[in-house]
Write a protein that binds this ligand. Structure first.
Ligand code: ZN
Length: 312
């Protein structure tokens, strides 16, 4: 049996684990980090964690897989941009440092690309050689599997589905464009939409409103919540429909924190999807919820490394 270390970099900690070649986490840990400290300070406990596992020498650790927010250059592993919550990572190569200090080969990728690799190797995506996936959370990430491989594009930045423009006159987005998919279906976008609708009906929304509150209200058949989710589902269908037309995928997968409430969204998206796809390209297409859920970070980071080892 082979093993890969998966590491998911977040704003307050690195979630780390050893993942076997069937996608099971056999050891897991949380390494606290101070997101505002220097690159070396962040990496010191991370490197030590890896060294301790490799030194034991009981398991054959084949590689280290890293997941981070933002854009990581696929050739050099340098984080170019987009990880604002851990600013000192920018301009550095996490896999480069790990390889130098531990001697273990390492690969880094965007966290949504990792999530897609996780589903492809160890989750619901195993059933499909071609799929498109979105991760719904604070933002919207994406991943594309083509013929059983994750498509990374020229530099490794492919899959920014959240920044596909759905309406050039829509709300401004932090990427500089307007009307990006993320502005209609991310967690904050859902909450904004729901709040606006409540206000229009003379109801003062709570300042602490979360996507969970919206889904809970919709489950209680709250009309405003259901209308909001219908608009969100319409936008998800618009995005998936466009992608199906381009990629002729066999499945559309919804992942990320919000997909825990995915059953409700799935129904709405299915209802709208035919409006956006050439009918032949929708035949036998499945709409799925990601399987890995809470473990998507560690398993996904490991999966993208397994996937890239295959092609080395
Ligand atoms: Zn955008």
């Amino acid at each position: 049996m082979e093993y890969v270390i998966g590491m998911d970099f977040g704003g307050t900690s690195v979630k780390a684990g050893i993942v076997d070649d069937e996608g099971r986490i056999i050891e897991r840990d949380t390494i606290p980090i101070d997101a505002l400290s220097s690159f070396d300070e962040i990496m010191t406990p991370v490197i030590q964690w890896i060294k301790n596992r490799v030194k034991k020498n009981e398991l054959e650790i084949r590689a280290v897989g890293i997941g981070t927010p933002g854009f990581t250059d696929k050739k050099r592993g340098i984080l170019i941009a987009g990880a604002e919550n851990i600013p000192s990572l920018k301009g550095h190569s996490i896999p480069g440092m790990i390889e130098k200090q531990t001697g273990v080969v390492a690969f880094a990728d965007n966290d949504a690309t990792c999530a897609a690799a996780g589903e492809l190797l160890f989750g619901i995506g195993k059933k499909y050689r071609n799929f498109v996936m979105i991760t719904l959370g604070t933002g919207i990430g994406g991943g594309i599997a083509i013929d059983g491989r994750i498509y990374r594009g020229r530099d490794g930045f492919a899959g920014e589905i959240g920044h596909m423009c759905l309406d050039p006159g829509g709300p401004h987005c932090n990427c500089g464009s307007r009307g990006c998919f993320e502005q209609y279906a991310s967690g904050p976008a859902m909450v904004r939409l729901y709040s606006e609708k409540l206000k229009k009906r003379g109801i003062k929304p709570s300042e602490k409103l979360t996507p969970k509150d919206l889904f809970d209200a919709a489950r209680r058949n709250d009309e405003v919540a259901m209308e909001t989710l219908d608009l969100v589902g319409l936008r998800i269908a618009q995005a998936f429909g466009t992608l199906l037309n381009i990629f002729n995928a066999g499945a559309c997968i919804m992942g990320g924190g919000i997909s825990k409430s995915g059953d409700l969204l799935k129904k709405i998206v299915s209802k709208h999807l035919p409006d956006f796809v050439w009918p032949e390209l929708l035949e036998n297409v499945s709409l799925e919820i990601a399987e890995l859920q809470n473990d998507a970070g560690i398993i996904g980071a490991a999966a993208q490394a397994y996937e890239r080892l295959l092609s080395k």
